[in-house]
Write a protein that binds this ligand. Structure first.
Ligand SMILES: *Cc1c(COP(=O)(O)O)cnc(C)c1O
Length: 423
């Protein structure tokens, strides 16, 4: 039996209707931007395996750091104990995060990073005996699949089975070009009408919505409105963090600073699941009290896993090498050239680029759903050609590992051009 055949006997995959889905491809090896399946077929990983892998598969530098940590201290509980890898990660983040971030809290994945931020926003006001129980989020946001993260997410079929079981979330339009005023007005109206604790947003790029982009000035304006009304701001940088937008964090483009930041995905270079939520001193101080009831009673068994911390440290070191920064710049320029070329195509609605993120919207006769027929056609075409791309409806995006070569990148572009001709 092949791995693929054995898989169907036991395994339940994410976001998959097993009755109608094609069998998954068994990957046996990865190196750099490439993956190989069990039959030896080669694939270019043009989405960095769900945006986690900036430095390539099986990266030796990170692997060595992990091995060294595994054979020194693989794990120790973080309740009542601490360790150097966690402290080093904190010190490193203090150097590179917006300056108002002062405290860091570890968890395991993007959803838990968001879960922690939302719980902190709600308890912040509970501790101050102020009734504020509503969270504000963008339409079509994606913040993860645990309950509070789902509540804040707007992609309907991910969450439709659970409607009516969520915390209170009110949605405002994303301030994309031409819609800024509508977004500002909606935020003011929501704050007027509800007791708002926090506003959570994906800064500058909404990943799962199909790389929807908006300007830093618009976000700054929304954040100012929140500040004027004592609504806490939560930047979900789970996707955008660690260089994807061309700067270390998307918030580096924005003049306002958030109260909390959620990090995961590329944090460990795509090796070990880990997440971090960061806070201002002011947020932390609302929990700092002689009264034990004001503490944050939240934790995960693997909180601040030393091996994960070692992977994060190695990754951040790689990110800030001249070579990696040059790679980000190179990919960005290459995307801009491709954008200029492709946006004139008669079947293209629009194309957009920020940092290493590129997206193109393809014209379609019918309203395209997230997992609609055009999406399936495109996905299969890409896989057949040996390129891993997961279109969102009629939107094809590229989010490559930063080490992807020009030649590989050109092959990805060419495959997208061919796909546009095909549909
Ligand atoms: C992926 C993602 C999450 C959820 O992260 P998981 O690790 O999948 O739980 C949250 N927010 C954003 C912006 C994401 O892209």
């Amino acid at each position: 039996m092949t791995l693929t055949e054995k898989d169907s006997q036991y395994l339940w995959h994410p976001y998959t209707q097993h009755k109608t889905a094609q069998a998954p491809i068994a990957i046996s090896r990865g190196e750099g931007a490439l993956l190989w399946d069990e039959n030896g077929k080669e694939y270019i990983d043009a989405i960095a395996s769900w945006w986690v892998n900036p430095f390539g598969h099986s990266n030796r530098f990170i692997a060595d750091a992990i091995y060294k940590q595994l054979t020194t201290l693989e794990h120790v509980l973080f309740g009542g104990f601490t360790h150097e890898p966690a402290i080093k990660v904190a010190e490193k983040l203090m150097e590179i995060l917006p300056k108002n971030q002062q405290k860091i809290f570890f968890s395991d994945n993007g959803s838990t990073a968001v879960e922690v931020a939302i719980k902190v926003a709600l308890q912040f006001f509970f501790n101050k005996k102020e009734k504020r129980t509503t969270i504000i989020a963008f339409e079509n946001a994606f913040h993860g699949d645990t309950f509070a993260a789902m509540a804040a997410s707007g992609i309907s079929f991910y969450t439709q089975a659970f409607q009516g079981m969520f915390i209170d979330v009110v949605r405002i339009p994303v301030p994309v070009k031409g819609q800024e005023q509508e977004s500002f007005d909606a935020l003011r109206a929501v704050i007027e009408k509800h007791d708002c604790a926090g506003f959570i947003f994906e800064p500058l790029v909404q990943g799962a919505a199909g790389m929807v982009m908006y300007e830093p000035e618009a976000l700054a304006k929304l954040m100012q409105i929140c500040k004027e009304n004592n609504v806490l701001t939560i930047a979900d940088e789970v996707m955008t963090g660690f260089g994807k937008t061309g700067k270390t964090f998307a918030m580096d483009y924005v003049t306002e600073v958030p109260d909390m930041i959620c990090l995961s995905k590329a944090l460990t270079g795509g090796t070990i699941p880990m997440a971090i939520t960061t806070f201002t001193q002011e947020v932390f101080d609302a929990f700092y009290d002689d009264d034990i009831n004001k503490a944050l009673f939240h934790g995960h068994t693997f909180t601040a896993n030393p091996t994960g911390c070692a992977a994060a440290l190695a990754s951040i070191e790689l990110l800030h090498t001249e070579e990696m920064q040059a790679n980000i710049e190179r990919i960005h320029k290459s995307h801009l050239d491709f954008q200029k070329k492709i946006e004139k195509h008669s079947k293209v609605i629009t194309a957009r680029t920020l940092g290493v993120i590129f997206a193109v919207e393809i014209k379609s006769d019918s309203e395209e759903s997230y997992y609609g027929s055009m999406r399936t056609k495109l996905y299969n075409f890409f896989i057949d050609k040996g390129v891993v791309l997961r279109p969102v409806g009629n939107i094809v995006y590229i989010l490559p590992p930063y080490i992807m070569s020009d030649e590989q990148l050109q092959k990805v572009y060419k495959t997208i051009e061919d796909a546009i001709e095909m549909v």
